[in-house]
Ligand binder design. Structure first.
Ligand SMILES: [Zn+2]
Length: 114
């Protein structure tokens, strides 16, 4: 235990005391304010990361849909056999699943209900 000087009244107080015995300056309030500020900063960072993940998820979803459409387009439009359609739909489906997972993680980081 050490002594510190109260920032409010300059009275010597224990650095473990929750408040100044002389003027009642409360250390807890300062700590709480600091914690609130840190929490807000952490939340802003998390929101930003979440928004980025949601954007990535949208991009991956678009790629998945394009793969499906182009695979089917090659098979149906150009008569290229069933392989492009199977590959396109398969890869596109994987991309959609990945997109859904990334999007859910992003929304969870933003604090939205998943
Ligand atoms: Zn004081």
């Amino acid at each position: 235990m050490a002594l510190m000087t109260c920032p409010d009244c300059s009275h010597q107080m224990s650095d473990t005391a929750p408040a100044c015995p002389q003027c009642g300056w409360a250390r807890a309030a300062v700590a709480a304010n600091l914690a609130t500020a840190q929490h807000a900063a952490a939340k802003a960072k998390s929101d930003e990361e979440g928004a980025k993940l949601v954007r990535i998820s949208t991009l991956v979803m678009a790629i998945g849909l394009l793969l499906m459409l182009s695979g089917c387009g090659l098979t149906i439009g150009l008569g290229a056999g069933p392989l492009p359609a199977i590959a396109g739909v398969g890869l596109g489906f994987i991309a959609l699943v990945v997109s859904a997972v990334i999007g859910q993680v992003g929304r969870a980081k933003q604090g939205r209900i998943v």
